[in-house]
Write a protein that binds this ligand. Structure first.
Ligand code: MN
Length: 130
């Protein structure tokens, strides 16, 4: 098999970051952590992750702006990015998917829902029963 799938977690809340990391690691993936958008962009200068979990409410560059930057660059255009938001509002899903996010999760994070999204978006042969 190839490399362990790499999942970049961009989240400013330490508790949520830890929860994301535990779930990602438990699925046999390697987690990369970023506290904010700037750090996320720095992480992306290295090897590209297979998936990005991105909090929307971030200090500095917010998740929506960061996503737009990733979608404008050929190198990062096709990386799956899952939006995570704490303000569940009517129309959120349509708005976020319309902006270019691959999928959407609302906080508080449901472990099984997150696992299902990760398994669905990782390269075939990874994440599911792995
Ligand atoms: Mn946040």
């Amino acid at each position: 098999m190839g490399h362990k799938p790499r999942v970049l977690i961009v989240e400013d809340n330490a508790r949520n970051r830890k929860l994301f990391r535990l779930i990602v690691d438990s699925m046999g993936c390697e987690s990369l952590l970023a506290n904010d958008g700037e750090e996320g962009l720095r992480q992306l200068e290295g090897a590209l992750p297979d998936l990005i979990l991105m909090d929307i409410q971030l200090p500095g560059i917010d998740g929506l702006t960061l996503l737009q930057q990733l979608r404008e660059q050929p190198r990062t255009r096709t990386v799956p990015v899952v939006a995570v938001t704490s303000f569940a509002m009517p129309g959120d899903r349509e708005r976020l998917l319309g902006a270019g996010f691959t999928d959407y999760l609302s906080k508080p994070i449901d472990t099984e829902e997150l696992q299902a999204v990760i398994a669905r978006l990782l390269p075939p042969g990874h994440g599911r029963d792995a």
